[in-house]
Design a protein around this ligand. Sequence first.
Ligand SMILES: Cc1cc2nc3c(=O)[nH]c(=O)nc-3n(C[C@H](O)[C@H](O)[C@H](O)COP(=O)(O)OP(=O)(O)OC[C@H]3O[C@@H](n4cnc5c(N)ncnc54)[C@H](O)[C@@H]3O)c2cc1C
Length: 416
Amino acid sequence: MKVTILGAGVIGVTTAYQLAKAGHQVTVVDRQAGPALETSFANAGEVSFGYCSPWAAPGIPQKALKWLFMKHAPLILRPKVDAAMLSWLVKMLSNCTSERYAVNKSRMLRLADYSRIALADLRTETGIAYDERMQGTLQLFRTQQQLDASAKDVKALAADGIPYEVLDRDGCIRVEPALSRARDKIVGGLLTPKDETGDCFKFTNALAAKAAELGVQFIYGRTIKDLQVEGGQIRGILTDQGPITSDAVVVALGSYSPLLLKQVGIGLPVYPVKGYSLTIPIVDPALAPESTVMDETYKIAITRLGDRIRVGGMAEISGYTNDLGLARRNTLEHSVMDLFPGGDVSRAAFWSGLRPMTPDGTPVIGATKIRGLFLNTGHGTLGWTMSCGSARVVSDLVSGRKADIDTADLSVARYG
Ligand SMILES: Cc1cc2nc3c(=O)[nH]c(=O)nc-3n(C[C@H](O)[C@H](O)[C@H](O)COP(=O)(O)OP(=O)(O)OC[C@H]3O[C@@H](n4cnc5c(N)ncnc54)[C@H](O)[C@@H]3O)c2cc1C
């Protein structure tokens, strides 16, 4: 079957690889000059199967109010006259109940756990390298209150059979020796040892090369304008340089997916939630983290990527804008220098990206009301983590096979 994939981020490229492996004739179209040049470019580098949770959680509305007034705030809200933003915020708030949180988290964990297996298989079959490490995520608590509040996460991890360790200050330093220089800032931590780390940009580029070897055609520098539908069946797409026909289309346009889908009457509640990162060259490896340290106070992840440190976080709700503000850079610098003093942030690269967020945290994967049109989008905070499983699921569904995991509650139909 001829399949066109819209978007060459980590989601589009993993999907292309799996579909090519399944024997399809695959074309990937993207407006950029290569793979992973938008949100998949410089994310925080966590492949956190165990840390996978929706942002919409009980207590978040109260916490959000407090965060809005913090100096180094994890959340920045720039309200404007934007119906999509308002509708998304309302839907997100309605998911902040214990019941919704439990349902949403279990969906995300199902997909994340499947992605863990899919990524391991993919590494074995391709041998690709991407500054990967398998040393876990350490969620770091600076206050007793944070440590106490982690009891609900511990309960969820235990219930889902995900390995974890609750650590005191010395335990944290044993796992991350460079934290010894910030000893007095730490109260404890929660380690999920099966989590991984890696550079999403390197991963996506290496996998795109493997996909090309399998026959996938990549068309770059081409903007997708519309979907071509006839009698309820997808026929292809229209780009700024003409049409491309195909039997099936997979939309993997990240935050831009809803803009295209709206034109064919599919409402997708995905909204861009902006985040920022710094990439800092390591001066002295002894002063750098070994894996991912998640600074719970500022919700900032600090990850070792080969000879660099990636510091990523913040959620800014301000629409489709990638501008870089000095205050945001200061927050990232503050978190990393506070916990890992001795780095040289003056040489850091500063970046922003738009997380394609659904209000319930779960990506949107599967068929639509248009025959042959499939979605693989809305991966939000942990798209790199959930990419490999999502790709396998979509490949199975496009191929007319039953996926290995339950997919009934992952499609756009769940929004009614
Ligand atoms: C600061 C930050 C930190 C993060 N940290 C992590 C982390 O540690 N771990 C993790 O798992 N996830 C993390 N994420 C989330 C993760 O990066 C995203 O979920 C993931 O990259 C989304 O991938 P995607 O392929 O859906 O989107 P993208 O990478 O944005 O790909 C979409 C592609 O579609 C193309 N496109 C869009 N519109 C058009 C059009 N009209 N025509 C042609 N092409 C088009 C774009 O050029 C782009 O290449 C983070 C995100 C941010 C912002």
